[in-house]
Every structure is written in C-alpha cells, then in structure tokens.
Design a protein around this ligand. Structure first.
Ligand code: MLC
Ligand code: AMP
Length: 490
C-alpha cells in the first residue's frame, strides 16, 4: 500500500529533525507522533476532525502535525504571531476541535471556544502505522485573496505526496539530503516542502528557528549532515548575499551546499548574479502556489536559469490562456498569458467557499493561478506579474490589499484607505497604505501600523503610511491604485 511517510513506518535511528540545539531520529519522531495521537484520543478528537497547531519552532510541533495524520485529522497550522482578528476568523472558519501548543512556548492567544492542549513529548523509539495516500484532508492552510479574509486551502494526502514525489525527481532529492531552512512552518514552502518533504524522502530537516544569514550558513556546514539543500525566499537570498559580501565562511557554506533553491516570489536577476559571483554557483528557482503546490522547477541536473522558473514538474500540465480563458499556443518567450495548471497536487478546494473554488478551478480540473507568464521554445516558464495588483507578495508572504484595507477601516480615525505593493529591493514588494483621516482626527503612522500587526499579523503591517486628503478615483468612483504605485503588482 502506498504510504505517506515510509521511513516513519520502518523507523530507525537515522536523524529526522534538527531544530535549534535539539534533534530527533525517525524512531523518536514516530514515538512522539504516537504519543500525540493517543493524547488526541483521550481528549475526544476523532478522525475527520480538524486540530490547530501553533507552529512554534519545536520538535513537538512537528510531532503534533504527524500525530494528527496518524489520528486521521487535518492540521490547521497557526502562525505564532497571528493577530486577534485573523485568529478569530481562522477558528470560526475551520472550527478546530482543539489547539495544540508545544510546552515551553506561550500560547499566543487563548480563545475560550477552542480548548488549548499543551504537551511535551520525550519519546522512546517506535514506528508508525502506514498512512495511506488518499483523498483525506491533511492540511488547511490559510492564504490571502485580493479581497476578504484569508481562505482555508484544503490539501489532501494525495496532493502532498504527488507534489513531493515530483520535486524529489526534479531535484534528485534523497535520504542523503538534509534540508536547511528558516521559513515559518505554516505555509507550503516551510511546512509542506521543508518539513513533510524531508520526511517523505527519508532525509532530514535542519530548521533554523530565527533567520539570520549567519545561522543559516552554520546549519549548511553542520558536520552531522552528509549533504545539504537550502530552501529560502528571495528576501532571504538578498540578505544572505549582502552578508556573504563580507563573510568568507558564509560564501563557503553556500558553495558546499548540494542545491540552493529559491521560491515563493521571483528572484531578481541581480540577486541571481550576486550569488553566482560570490559563490561560483547559482540558485535553482521553482514556482508554485498554496493551492497547487509547486508547478515548475529548474531540475537539479540542469544549470540554474536566472529569470525562469523552469519547465512544469513531472505530472504537471501547464498552459497559458488569454483574458477569455482561450489557450495560447505560443512557445516564443514573449506572448504573455495567465498560467493555468492541472495536476494531482491541485487542492481539494477552499474550506466553506465553493464559490471561490469555482472561480479558480474549472470543471476539467484546470486551476487559474492569476499569474502572468511566458513560455520559451523549450517550455521554460517566466513569471512576469499577476493579474491583480491587489495581491501583494512581501518577503515571500502573500497578502491581500483588501484585508489590510478592511482592517484599517476599523480604526476610528480612518475614513478611507487604499493599500498597494511598492517594488522593494529587499522584500520584493513593500506594503504601503494611503490613508484619508476623518475630519479633525490626528494619527501617526506607527499607530496604524501597530493596529494591523496586532489584529492580522506583523508581516501584514504597512511598511509605510501616507496621509492624504483624497484618493485618486476614476469617473466610476473606483480608486486608481496605479496612480498611487505606478509599478506595483510586479
Ligand atoms: C516590527 N515588528 C512588529 C512591528 N514592527 N511587530 C508588531 N508590530 C509592529 N508594528 C516585529 C516583527 O514582529 C518581528 O519580530 C520583527 O519586527 C521583524 O519582523 P518582519 O518585519 O516580519 O521581518 P522581516 O525582517 O521583514 O522578515 C523577513 C523574512 C520574512 C524573510 C524573514 O518575510 C519571512 O519569513 N518570509 C517567509 C515567507 C514564507 O514562508 N512564504 C511562503 C509562502 S508559501 P521578531 O521578534 O519576530 O523579530 C508559497 C508557495 C511557494 O509562497 O511557492 O513557496
Ligand atoms: P502563496 O499562495 O503564498 O504560495 O503564493 C503564491 C504566489 O507566489 C504565486 O501565485 C506567485 O505569484 C508567487 N510565486 C511563487 N513562486 C514564485 C517564483 N519563483 N517566481 C515568481 N512568483 C512566484
């Protein structure tokens, strides 16, 4: 029978996870996951329920996520920095039976309706039962749209296994690899690829709880690892390249890694070249979305292709379509169309949002990404922008302009607001808010920034606030965001 994590069902003493100074073998991780599953049962959780997990950087967090799968429940990962309004929305929408937090960390918010469960596991070795690869929901990942609050993306075990196997093939990813990353354990990149991917191939994950170029560099050359792969977002590569200018050890660490992989946003040609010049080796890009997981990637067997995210992964069908959703045949590297994909990794739908699912997933199973790209003669894809300027990618995080606007409009001093993404060398895009205050009100930008950080989450806070007396509108009264940020949306 196909099994989601074969190495956990024949668990041995090979290392599975390194988090900070702590480490677990596969047998220890399996034992902890079983302890977690037993704890869920004692607390009345049943197969088919959902359980939220505060994604603290802790071995027990990983055990809880795997233990949830053993118990047949879907994990709703929660960002430990999540603000109060966004958490309330996620709880209301996903209705978790309980929320787990690894002991030793503060539970960020207690919400009476959702009981908190705290535990620390110190396992003896064990093995898991096989986890069948089927259509059961494994994860509900909350991600932003252009308007409204974030939607829950339901990913099944089959989605996850299909995508990880395609990536393993493209990257020649095996049990010999230790992935090093410092991404939050709440999204496709850090959680699905970084954690679940490492466990599915039977390799290891070395998680760096707090991102600094130095700590990532040290993890890459940790003598316990046979060979390493680095997963990072472009903002991290930008900061790593800055630091590597003056740090020979970091340059050496990058050079010795088997594969450097960038994703979640486009890596600029400048950063590609900088890493290449500094270390003598390049960065392999890949492209995906929460809803589809990874669609394209430059194979490890090929040289990096700055500017391109590579061809579709094995098992991914990809086409370009025009505004009428008609297929574009061009392989000319010039004609721009919306990227549309179909694969076993495409999600099961948005939780409780059939309307929103139908808007992006057609009856033949094609998912409309909203991303604009071209295709070369050899099928390599370039991502050039997005259909909507209201989806912002900042530091690799996807943020909807609409949700920030709605949040700021709850502030008593704010009368009108427009939020845009402004090109930024470090973050890719930085969030800017243009605010019209109510007559007689006076507010400073820090107060508004803090208002968003507290209610949504810190990475959604505007990095700049411009106070104005009027927003530019067209004859229909619609705000003309292009006038606020002419080059936004890239
Ligand atoms: C500052 N801070 C505030 C604040 N101002 N907190 C509250 N209120 C305010 N007004 C604090 C923050 O809480 C944080 O604290 C610190 O300042 C800096 O936080 P930041 O601004 O978020 O950090 P930054 O340096 O900008 O982070 C850069 C980054 C981060 C690269 C580390 O953006 C990141 O982790 N990105 C990864 C995104 C990701 O995983 N995307 C994958 C999506 S999946 P403290 O204490 O924490 O320092 C996907 C699919 C695919 O896209 O293809 O992969
Ligand atoms: P998310 O749902 O957070 O995974 O964000 C998905 C979006 O990230 C995609 O729709 C793209 O706009 C963007 N993205 C991911 N990887 C890349 C990449 N390599 N190049 C350009 N954009 C990317």
């Amino acid at each position: 029978m196909p099994d989601l994590f074969p190495r956990l069902t024949h668990a041995d003493s090979r290392p599975a996870l390194f988090i900070g100074d702590e480490a677990w073998t596969y047998a220890e991780l399996a034992g902890a996951a079983l302890e977690h599953a037993a704890l869920l049962e004692r607390n009345g959780v049943e197969a088919g329920d959902r359980v939220a997990v505060w994604a603290q950087p802790d071995l027990c967090t990983a055990a809880a996520m795997i233990g949830n799968a053993v118990a047949g429940v879907a994990t709703v990962p929660l960002n430990p920095k999540l603000g109060s309004s966004e958490l309330a929305h996620i709880y209301d929408d996903s209705v978790p039976k309980l929320a787990f937090c690894a002991e030793g960390h503060d539970v960020p918010h207690e919400v009476a309706a959702v009981p908190s469960l705290r535990a620390a596991y110190s396992p003896d070795g064990a093995s898991l039962p096989a986890l069948p690869i089927d259509e059961s929901p494994a994860l509900v990942l909350y991600t932003s749209g252009t308007t409204g609050p974030p939607k829950g993306v339901v990913l099944t075990r089959r989605n996850i296994a299909a995508n990880l196997d395609a990536l393993a093939e493209a990257w020649e990813w095996t049990e010999r690899d230790t992935v090093v990353h410092s991404l939050p354990l709440i999204h496709a990149h850090g959680l699905v690829l970084g954690l679940l991917g490492s466990l599915r191939v039977g390799g290891a994950l070395h998680y760096v709880p707090r991102f600094t170029p130095k700590s990532v560099g040290e993890a890459l050359v940790d003598p316990r690892h046979e060979q390493t792969m680095l997963f990072a977002v472009p903002t991290m590569f930008h900061r790593i390249a800055e630091a590597a200018e003056h740090d020979g050890g970091l340059r050496d660490a990058l050079c010795r890694s088997r594969l450097l992989v960038s994703g979640s946003a486009g890596l600029s040609l400048r950063e590609h070249q900088r890493v290449q010049t500094l270390t003598g080796r390049g960065v392999h890009e890949r492209y995906g979305l929460t809803e589809t997981l990874i669609n394209c990637g430059v194979p490890a067997s090929q040289a990096p292709m700055p500017g391109y995210v590579g061809p579709p992964l094995p098992g991914v069908e990809l086409k370009l379509v025009d505004d009428q959703r008609q297929e574009i045949d061009a392989y000319d590297d010039q004609t721009i169309g919306e990227v549309v994909v179909r694969s076993a990794a495409v999600f099961a739908g948005y939780l409780n949002r059939e309307d929103a699912t139908a808007a992006v997933l057609d009856e033949e199973g094609w998912f409309h990404t909203g991303d604009l790209g071209t295709r070369s003669e050899r099928g390599a894809i370039r991502i050039l922008g997005r259909r909507s300027t209201d989806l912002i990618k900042t530091g690799g995080y996807r943020v909807g302009a609409g949700e920030i606007e709605a949040c700021l409009l709850e502030h008593p001093s704010v009368r009108e607001v427009a939020v845009v993404g402004i090109p930024d060398e470090d973050l890719g895009q930085r969030i800017a808010a243009f605010v019209v205050l109510r007559p007689g009100e006076d507010e400073d930008s820090a107060a508004l920034t803090g208002f968003v950080a507290e209610r949504l989450s810190p990475h959604k806070r505007p990095r700049e606030v411009h106070f104005t007396t009027e927003l530019p509108r067209n004859a229909m009264g619609k705000v003309q965001k292009k006038l606020l940020a002419p080059a936004s949306g890239g």
